[in-house]
Design a protein around this ligand. Structure first.
Ligand code: TGC
Ligand code: FAD
Length: 392
């Protein structure tokens, strides 16, 4: 891969809306991505391997629990700083952002919000430092968009619970030490359980042959009569709203992350269009290429404004789940379209690993599917504006 010459587009001077702390956090993450991710990521994506050596660095830039209070090892930052960190990491690679999203919003968040004090003290500092990596098991082979139908279940055996079932498509599963798993009790009520690697009957086979998110490890979680100690159940929230509440936080991070991927594709295509000569001119001088670039920067700017405003609403505790769905859906769609257009600007070079665009494009095929598909988020907006539920 070529040297990383990334320059972030800021067409509407959005930096003026950021505090000094936001800019400090963002710039530290940006520099780290340039130094630690860009030089290696293409190789790891090609060989379909997660670069475990970056875990300490992710912890150091505050990517594990950016908004978790410092008393639990988190960075104690606000929602905009959290978003900016996700943007910068996904500028490098969506798979790396996935690892950070899952750790922060899908593992640390439920332990912080739904766990008791012993659980917080036991798990959060180790997750914040990267000593432990976590994963989040909601999706099952037969229940993806409809997680409420899940079959994974646990039975009360007196001094412990017995967990059975299977989860599929789980990011970080192959190497995670801790899994937050959603399962039904004997009354059919959904609860979160903390399952640790090494518990008998718990296995995590890796999912191979992905053409997308290749630098992220994905796997299954198999529970075959796993004895889970009773103190490992998250006591403070149950029902489908509990996992969906975690998804709000992760989807918000993805809305920012997708802007990072789009910015990288735009910046690469813009630079290429000024250097690549055809018919005696830089291709950026042709109107057809200018149309692509002008539309890209317009869409990026709209997404930046939407997402910054969502961050302000989240800081005030006022963002609704439907507003988050709109941003996740819009921004990932925006990013995947920009990746496709940017790829065309690079012609044949666009399909190679010399440039990041094709990797972003393939990664975004997962991002547009996980954490609620493009269709599901549209239906959430549809329900919000009409009051009529397409899922029932
Ligand atoms: P529904 O009846 O609408 O809701 C059930 C209960 O949940 C409440 N609720 C929410 N609570 C918090 N946040 C939200 N976003 C919520 N949405 C709904 C709701 O109020 C209700 O509460 P209560 O008290 O009345 O019981 O549920 P439904 O079965 O009709 O499903 C609705 C639907 C389809 C929108 C939902 O299930 C959904 O979002 N499906 C998509 C599934 C999904 O996003 N899966 C993601 C898996 S994790 C993942 O992909 C990680 S990738 C990580 C990475 O690598 O980055
Ligand atoms: P399905 O639900 O089978 O959907 C198939 C198609 O049907 C989609 O186009 C969908 O939009 C459409 N559809 C479904 N229902 C409706 C409807 N009511 N109306 C209209 N259209 C509908 N899950 C986790 O729990 N933890 C993870 O860490 C995790 N990581 C992932 C990593 C990767 C790389 C991938 C690809 C997925 C991951 N997932 C994870 C799973 C992800 O959340 C699901 O893939 C996603 O929710 C969709 O479920 P599905 O794949 O079963 O698709």
């Amino acid at each position: 891969m070529r040297p990383d010459l990334f320059e972030a587009p800021d067409y509407y001077n959005l930096d003026e809306l950021l505090t000094d702390e936001h800019k400090l956090v963002r710039d530290a993450a940006r520099e780290w991505v340039k130094r630690e991710i860009s030089p290696i990521i293409e190789d790891y994506a090609q060989k379909a391997e997660f670069p475990t050596q970056i875990i300490n660095g992710l912890a150091e830039i505050g990517a594990f629990g950016p908004y978790i209070p410092m008393e639990y090892g988190g960075a104690g930052l606000d929602q905009i700083s959290y978003g900016l960190i996700m943007q910068e990491i996904e500028r490098g690679d969506s798979g790396v952002r996935s690892t950070a999203s899952v750790q922060s919003s899908l593992v640390m968040y439920p332990i912080w919000k739904y766990g008791n004090e012993e659980q917080r003290q036991k798990y959060l500092p180790k997750l914040a430092s990267g000593e432990w990596i976590g994963c989040f098991g909601l999706t099952e082979p037969d229940h993806g968009s409809n997680p409420g139908g899940m079959m994974t279940n646990f039975k009360d055996m007196g001094d412990h619970y017995l967990l059975n079932g299977a989860k599929m498509w789980i990011s970080n599963a192959p190497f995670a030490q801790v899994a937050v798993v959603w399962a039904k009790n004997e009354e059919g009520r959904i609860h979160g359980l903390i399952v640790e690697r090494g518990m008998e009957g718990f296995t995590t086979p890796e999912t191979h042959n992905k053409w997308s998110l290749r630098a992220s490890a994905t796997g299954e979680l198999i529970f075959d009569n796993v004895k889970v100690p009773k103190e490992n159940v998250l006591p403070n929230k149950s029902g489908l709203g509990a996992p969906l509440g975690c998804l709000d936080s992760a989807r918000y991070g993805i809305a920012w992350g997708a802007i990072g991927a789009a910015m990288d594709c735009y910046d690469t295509a813009l630079r290429y269009s000024k250097e690549r000569m055809q018919f005696g001119k830089p291709i950026g001088q042709f109107q057809l290429q200018q149309k692509k670039l002008a539309e890209m920067i317009t869409e990026i700017t709209k997404a930046q404004l939407l997402t910054w405003r969502l961050g302000v609403l989240r800081n005030d505790g006022k963002a609704t789940s439907a507003q988050i769905s709109m941003a996740k859906r819009n921004n990932v769609d925006m990013a995947i379209n920009i990746a496709r257009e940017a790829r065309q600007i690079l012609g044949g070079m666009g399909i190679t690993g010399e440039y990041s665009i094709m990797r972003h494009m393939m990664n975004l095929e997962s991002v547009i599917t996980y954490e609620g598909t493009h269709d599901i988020h549209l239906l959430i907006t549809g329900l919000d504006v009409t009051g009529l539920n397409a899922f029932k």
